[in-house]
Design a protein around this ligand. Structure first.
Ligand SMILES: C[S@@+](CC[C@H](N)C(=O)[O-])C[C@H]1O[C@@H](n2cnc3c(N)ncnc32)[C@H](O)[C@@H]1O
Length: 304
């Protein structure tokens, strides 16, 4: 297990993409897209970009809210994830692309969102610059990450088990989604490229039908699928059933907190009041201010 680069860059095998969509999305990721779309102030007619879209949970939610106007585009580096995304009925353009090199002209989108993907970008600064570049003035960018692993006790405990039973690379693979979990890190990523940066901590909950479903989802639905053999899997499951009881309710279901950070910012608009906003000022807010962007768009003379 010497190379865990796929874990650090969030790359899964095609079978894991299927498990990710069937089990991980309902257990964990599906609770945030509506909140994120509200945070960026999604409006009818918007053109939306989802960066690191995976199987498309956020892009699909955006498409459902834009049934007859606007557009939704999802990009990801992983073709297995995009293959699963492509089976969805919603009208979304799926495209293979890196966050660090978005294949779109400047100012192509009204809303640019990245949902639990930025922690895996190899060059976060370049990715933030790209998201700002393709954002239309007056629009809104959101980058969503997990809060620190210490705030998700079920994951902290599972990481401890992996470390003991499988080894540090496996533990690091499960730690990777939490490496961008502080306000300061998100500020550092976004403030060089966006104005009005704000970070909102949102409560979330991990919900699995059983410890077995939890272990199966974590191991078979993400980067650990390639790192753990069947014997190790069985050993991990037995240990998890015995040692992770504190996260199991009376019905045998697993529940534990899994909070997220939603960072938002605006593309700078030269020669206007937007450039006067102090980009170095970030803050925790609750709830989000509603962006005043329709009037900005009108003032700019329309989008296209
Ligand atoms: C945890 S998944 C999140 C997927 C989806 N946004 C969701 O919320 O379910 C992280 C995704 O980021 C993608 N990813 C990692 N690095 C990337 C990059 N540099 N550019 C684009 N996508 C990337 C991975 O392929 C993976 O699909």
């Amino acid at each position: 297990m010497s190379d865990n680069s796929n874990a650090q860059t969030g790359q899964v095998v095609p079978e894991a993409a299927e498990t990710y969509e069937s089990f991980f999305v309902p257990a964990l990721f599906g609770q945030f897209p509506e909140r994120v779309l509200n945070a960026v102030g999604l409006e009818a007619g918007d053109d939306v970009l989802d960066v690191g879209c995976g199987t498309g949970v956020l892009a699909r939610a955006a498409a459902r809210r834009l049934p007859s106007s606007g557009s939704v585009t999802g990009v990801d580096v992983n073709d297995g994830m995009l293959a699963v995304a492509g089976r969805s009925p919603e009208s979304v353009r799926w495209r293979t692309a890196r966050a660090e090199h978005l294949p779109f002209p400047d100012a192509s989108f009204d809303r640019v969102v990245s949902h639990f993907a930025a922690m895996f970008f190899t060059d976060r600064d370049q990715a933030a610059a790209e998201m700002a570049r393709v954002q239309r003035p007056g629009g809104r960018v959101a980058v969503v990450t997990w809060a620190r692993v210490e705030e998700s006790p079920g994951y902290e405990a599972m990481i401890g088990l992996l470390n003991r039973l499988i080894g540090p690379d496996a533990a690091d693979a499960l730690r990777a989604p939490f490496v961008l979990g502080s306000l300061e890190q998100l500020e550092t990523m976004l403030t060089p490229h966006l104005t009005e940066v704000a970070v909102d901590r949102q409560d979330g909950e991990a919900r699995f039908e059983s410890v077995e479903a939890w272990v199966n989802t974590e191991i078979r639905g993400w980067t650990l699928a390639e790192m753990i053999d069947d014997d190790q899997y069985d050993e991990l499951l037995i240990a998890a059933e015995m040692e992770l009881k504190e996260f199991v309710d009376a019905d045998g279901r697993v529940r534990f907190p899994a909070p997220a950070l939603i960072a938002t910012g605006s593309a700078a608009r030269s020669g206007s009041a937007w450039t006067e906003v102090r980009s170095s000022e970030s803050r925790l807010i609750e709830p989000f201010p509603v962006p005043r962007r329709r009037s900005d768009r009108d003032e700019a003379g329309g989008r296209e």
